[in-house]
Design a protein around this ligand. Structure first.
Ligand code: NAD
Length: 488
C-alpha cells in the first residue's frame, strides 16, 4: 500500500475544504462478506444546501483562475491518483465487489481522465463568425456554467465521477458531488486524494447520502446551474422532471444486443459477448444485455459462450484467483435473480450457472450464466438485467435481427459481428443507439470518445467523453462588437 494514505479514508462530507460529519449515519458494506467496513454520513437536505453554498462561494474565483492554472491542477490530481492507485483500488474492490485488477484499471483511467481534461481545456477555443452586417465582429467564447450538481452510480464509482469532475473543474465550474450510497467510502478516498493534490476549497464538494434526499436537494436547488447524472433511466427521468430547465447530461441504462450473423468470426464474437457480460459481474450500462444469434450458428456460439463462463472463478475479490466478485447490492441481486427465474419459468434453458450462491459469503453472489431459447417477451430480453448473464435469442434472417434489435426502449451501445462490412454498416445506421460497434462488443469505450444514449430511447441525453463533456459543461456565449467609424 502507498505510505501516504492510511487503509481507511476520512468518512465525512467534504464541504468548503473541510471534512464535516453528520449526525445521521449509514454503513458502508463489503458486498462479498456483508461486513460493515465504515460508517458514513447520511446527509440531510440542509447539509446538501451547505455544500451548494460552498460551491457558489468558490465558483467565481475558480472561474477566474487562468485556464493553464486549472489545467496544472488537473495534472496534479492525475499524479496524486497515480500515487494512491493501489490504496483507492483496494477500497474500491472491497466496497464495490469488483476484482482488484478491474479496480486498479478503473483508478488508472480516472487519473487519465484528469490529464485528458488538462490537455483539452488548453485547446478549447471559441470562434469568430462571418456576418451579413459588415459593421459586426462576432465571436464565441466558452464559460463555466457555475455550480454543477453531479450524481453518480455504484458500478464504476471512481471513473464515472471523474468523467464529470475532471472536465467540470478544468472548464472552471464548482461542483457538488453526490455519489451512490453503496460506494461512498471510495468517494471519500478519491476526495481525500484530490484535496491533498491542492484543489482550492469549495471547488469540489462531496455530499454523502441517499439520492432521494441529498441528490434531490442538489437537483432542485436554485443555485445549482446544471446537472450531470449517470444512473438508471427511472432516476434520470425523475431528475429531468425535478431539474426542469437546467442543462442536463444524462447517461442512463442500456440493454445492448450483440448481434452475431452466420458469417461472423464466432470466436471473436463469443469472446466479446462474454467479456461484455461478465466484466464487473455484468454491472455495466453498455454490457452485453442480450445476444441475438443467427439460428445456424446458435449451437456453436452457445458452446463458446459457455466455455467462457466456465473459466470464471466466482468469489470474494480479495481471494487469490477470483475473477468475478459479488453484485454490489441487494436491489441489483434481486433483479438479476428475478430475470433469470422468469426466463426459466417461460421456457428458456440454462446452459451454465443460473443460481444465486449465498454459500460463497453473501446473497450477492450470482453465477456467470448463459441461457438460450430466450424469447422476445421475456423480461431478460426487454429490461436491463445488470448482472453476469448472457441471454441468447435465435433469429432467422437479417430482418428479424434488426427487428429484435429495434424492439427495445434502450439505445446505448450495440455490437454487430458479421463478415459482411456493408451489412455491418447498414445495421449501424439503422439501430437508434448512441454507439454501434461493428465486429466489436457493446462495451468498447475510451475516455475521449463520445458515449451516450440514442435520441428517442431511455438511455439518456448528451454525450460524455473528451471534448464532448467539456462542451456540455460550458456555456457557449456569443459576443458581438460593432465596428463603425461613421462619425469618428
Ligand atoms: P440509480 O438511478 O438507482 O442511482 C444512481 C444515483 O442516483 C445514485 O447516486 C442514487 O443515490 C441517485 N439517486 C437515486 N434517486 C435519486 C433521486 N430521486 N434524485 C437524485 N438522485 C437520486 O442507478 P444505480 O442503480 O445506482 O446505477 C445503475 C444504473 O446506472 C443502471 O441502469 C446503469 O445502466 C446506469 N449506468 C449508466 C451509465 C451510462 O453511462 N449510460 C453508466 C453506468 C451506469
Amino acid at each position: 500500500m502507498d505510505g501516504t494514505y492510511t487503509s481507511s479514508p476520512r468518512t465525512a462530507n467534504y464541504i468548503g475544504g473541510r471534512w464535516i460529519g453528520e449526525p445521521d449515519t449509514m454503513p458502508a458494506i463489503n458486498p462479498a462478506t456483508g461486513d460493515v467496513i465504515a460508517q458514513l454520513p447520511k446527509s440531510s437536505r440542509d447539509t446538501a444546501a451547505l455544500a451548494v453554498a460552498a460551491a457558489k462561494a468558490a465558483a467565481p474565483g475558480w472561474a477566474a483562475t487562468p485556464v493553464f492554472k486549472r489545467a496544472e491542477m488537473c495534472v496534479a490530481i492525475g499524479a496524486a491518483i497515480d500515487v494512491a492507485r493501489d490504496h483507492i483500488a483496494r477500497i474500491l474492490s472491497a466496497e464495490q465487489g469488483k476484482v482488484f485488477s478491474e479496480a486498479y484499471g478503473e483508478v488508472s483511467k480516472a487519473a487519465d481522465g484528469f490529464r485528458l481534461a488538462a490537455e483539452l481545456v488548453k485547446q478549447m477555443g471559441g470562434q469568430t463568425l462571418p456576418t451579413e452586417d459588415p459593421t459586426k465582429l462576432v465571436m464565441t467564447i466558452r464559460q463555466p456554467r457555475g455550480v454543477y450538481g453531479v450524481i453518480t452510480p455504484w458500478n464504476f464509482p471512481v471513473n464515472i465521477p471523474v468523467e464529470y469532475l475532471a472536465p467540470g473543474i478544468a472548464t472552471g465550474n464548482a461542483i457538488v458531488w453526490v455519489p451512490a450510497p453503496s460506494t461512498s467510502l471510495v468517494a471519500c478516498a478519491l476526495m481525500e486524494v484530490i484535496e491533498k493534490a491542492g484543489l482550492p476549497a469549495g471547488v469540489i464538494n462531496l455530499v454523502i447520502g441517499e439520492g432521494a434526499t441529498a441528490g434531490d436537494a442538489i437537483v432542485i436547488h436554485p443555485d445549482v446551474a446544471a446537472i450531470g447524472f449517470t444512473g438508471s433511466a427511472a432516476t434520470g427521468k425523475r431528475i429531468a422532471e425535478r431539474g426542469a430547465g437546467k442543462p442536463l447530461l444524462l447517461e442512463l441504462g442500456g440493454n445492448g444486443p450483440v448481434v452475431v450473423f452466420e458469417d461472423a468470426d464466432l470466436d471473436a464474437a463469443a469472446a466479446a459477448a462474454a467479456g461484455g457480460a461478465f466484466f464487473n459481474a455484468g454491472q455495466v450500462c453498455a454490457a452485453t444485455g442480450r445476444v441475438l444469434a443467427h439460428h445456424s450458428i446458435v449451437d456453436s456460439l452457445c458452446e463458446k459462450l459457455t466455455a467462457h463462463a466456465a473459466e470464471h472463478v466466482l468469489g470474494d475479490p480479495s481471494h487469490q484467483g477470483t475473477t468475478m466478485g459479488p453484485l454490489n447490492n441487494a436491489k441489483v441481486a434481486a433483479k438479476v435473480k428475478e430475470h433469470v427465474d422468469d426466463a426459466i419459468a417461460s421456457g428458456a434453458k440454462v446452459l451454465y450457472g443460473g443460481k444465486q450462491r449465498s454459500d460463497l459469503g453473501s446473497d450477492l453472489f450470482f453465477e456467470p450464466t448463459v441461457i438460450r431459447d430466450v424469447t422476445r417477451e421475456m423480461r431478460i430480453n426487454r429490461e436491463e438485467t445488470f448482472g453476469p448473464v448472457v441471454p441468447v435469442i435465435a433469429f432467422q434472417d437479417e430482418a428479424e435481427a434488426l427487428d429484435l434489435a429495434l424492439d427495445s426502449e434502450y439505445g446505448l451501445s450495440v455490437g454487430v459481428f458479421t463478415g459482411d462490412i456493408t451489412r455491418g454498416i447498414e445495421m449501424a445506421r439503422a439501430i437508434p443507439a448512441g454507439i454501434v460497434n461493428v465486429n466489436g462488443g457493446s462495451t468498447y469505450w475510451e475516455i475521449h470518445l463520445p458515449f451516450g444514449g440514442g435520441t428517442g430511447t431511455k438511455s439518456g441525453i448528451g454525450r460524455l467523453g473528451g471534448m464532448h463533456t467539456m462542451e456540455a459543461m460550458t456555456e457557449l456565449k456569443m459576443i458581438t462588437v460593432t465596428i463603425d467609424r461613421k462619425g469618428a
